[in-house]
Every structure is written in C-alpha cells, then in structure tokens.
Design a protein around this ligand. Sequence first.
Ligand code: PLP
Length: 395
Amino acid sequence: MQSQNPIFIPGPTNIPERIRLAMARPAWDHRTEAFEAFFGPLREDLKTVFGTEQGEVVLFTGSGTTGWDVALSNLLAPGDRVLATSHGMFSQRWIDLARSLGLVVDVIEAEWGEGIPMDAMESALAEDTQGAIKAVLAVHNETATGVTSDIGRVRQAMDQQQHPALLFVDGVSSIGSLPFHMDDWGVDVAVSGSQKGFMLPTGLAVVAISERAEQEAAARTHPRGHLDLGPMLKASRANSYPWTPAIGLIGALRESVDMLMEEGLPAVYARHTHLAGGVRAAAEAWGLPICAKHPALYSDTVTAIHVPAPHSAAELVAHANRRYGVSFGVGLGPLSDRVFRIGHLGQLTETLLLSGLATAEMALLDLGVAIEPGSGVAAAQGHFRAVIAESQEQI
Ligand code: PLP
C-alpha cells in the first residue's frame, strides 16, 4: 500500500490536488478547435517559464532523457564534436547518450559536488580555434549532487571566445523551480520534464528551442526518426500535434502552469530558496556535510547530504521508507552508499518539509548516526522563523 506521506525525492515530486483533479478529466479529442484554443496560450505561458520570447516550446511524449535526445539528434550528426562536463550522474548520462548517437564528446572531468569548471570550459573553447565543437552541453542543476551551475557564465565563456557552438542546457530539475533565462543566457535548447518543477507525473519532455537552433536543425540533412523537430514545430505553431499527444498530461500541465503563474515565478523561486535554506540549516545542525562544495553551488531544489561511515546511506533511505513510509532520494553512482538526497522542489511548504526533516532525523538516529535529537528540525524552524521575523521587520 502506498504511503499517504509526501515524498522528498528530487522528482517525481508531490502532485498537488489541483493537478490530480485535472488529470481525472474525461478523454478529450485533440483534433478540435477547442484543443487549438487551449494549446496556444499554454505554449505562450510555457515560454514565460523558460524565460524566452524568441524561442518555441514543444512537448514530446517521454521524459527528461527524451529531451536530451531531441537536442542531440536534431542538431548533431554522428561524428560531430560536443563539449560537456561530467560532474554527476545526469551530466554523465547525457554524455553517454551523446556517445551512443555517434557523437564525439570532449569531456571536462570535475569532482562530484563541483559545478561546471569555468576555467576548463574557457580553455577548451579557446583551444578549438577551428570551431569543431558544435555544441556545449551544460546541466543547470545536477540532481545527483545538488549542485547548480551558472549558465550565464557558460554563455559568457562562449562569447568571450567568440565560439559559435550551440548551447544545450538540461533544466530538468531547475525549470519551474529556479530562475531560468533562456534568452538572456543565449540557450539554444533547454530541456525539462513534467515530473519536477511542473509537479506532474512523468510523461512529457518539455523542450524549448531557440530561433537559431530551429534554423540549424532545419538545415541539417541527417535522418532523425520520430524526435524530428520539423514536424513537431510545424504542428505546434498551428496549435496541433503530429501524432496523438499525451492529452491527459497536457491538460494537467495547464493547471500546473496556472499554479506557477498565480504564485508568481519570482515568489516560486523565493519559496524554493527559503525551503532549501531550512534543509541546509538542518544538515549543518546534524553535523553532516553537504555534497555541493561551495555555497555558491548549493541547489535550491535538492540537497545531497553525506552519511558518515560506517553507516550506510542506502540503508538509511530504505529504513526511512520501510519504517516511516517516507521516501528520500538515494545516492547515485559513486555516491550510492555515501549520500542521501532530500528533494525540496515543487509544491512544498515549511510544514511539509519539517515533517520530512523530522523523519530523516528519526531514521538517522535509528541507524545510530551521532546527531543531536531534534537539532535539525530546530535549526530549520529557526531558519524559517528568522526569515519571517526579518520580513515582518521590513513591513
Ligand atoms: N537530467 C536531470 C538533471 C535529472 O535530474 C534527470 C532525472 O532525474 C534527468 C536528466 C533524466 O530525466 P528522466 O529521468 O525524466 O528521463
């Protein structure tokens, strides 16, 4: 039996009641004027979430991985070179997918917990005087380590070298939760999925394409199968679909975007920062280090927290689930038994998050990890109340 508790994994996130109800609507015909009237405004509002006026947003049935594939297979052909940083499970998986498509990947290796190393990025671009690198792949928020990289700086590095590569950004665990400025950052393809900041079940790859990327994709002649952007963009512009859309999810995406707009994107981002501060305060009070190496890299959507040896982070997550019916994120790859992750994105409140922190605290104590009982919850409460006191002073 599924627990009634909220989940604290970094996606899928908790699904708000409004969205669950929206998914319960009867089947709907997508070949209708009603769908066209519905789809146009939704696409416009999605552009706002991505921070683009000049780009187009398309919805492929699939997940974040599908979005990676859309970027790679439309704009690059086997043998093309790309530049990417490997600094966590997801940045590495994108590299693996690129290689499986026959691309040649220049990899900048960085320690897990680090962000995209700008010096190495600049040098790699500077050395490429012939412009052989066709695209830079950048993960905005590395969900495996809880690290947010500065995409504006990546663009700056590219501009400083006057490098013509396209910029592809994975915003799977950032878009809709952290500020994302596709146009300002000169992003050519931005990828997200329905199950993170959009608070839906998995099933949609939400992808934004710049004008330049669209033109370049259209100019390429290699075969690209069913993820071809050409027919998708053409149909989308007519507020229609080249095949059967995931209509239930798309209907509910309207509700999700409405929720983001009603709260206001700046308020959504501020709430994520506020809640993340509470989680970090708890980790500090427990005396457990955070995986992200510097405060400037701390993610406001997910925090990976080290569990000291000989305790097992995997056992901690399994125990919390078995004993308390609460899910935390497991550690991935080389961090699999060393960290557990608290997802704090989507529809969360201070109260919900405090319940997660209290549960993590019980699970840590059950396993014999030497933490002060109540210390993490008290620190998070202190953080939440201090922020509230500060804002009241300003009133
Ligand atoms: N990129 C990031 C940053 C992710 O966190 C994930 C999944 O968690 C993915 C890509 C892959 O997305 P999906 O699992 O939806 O295919």
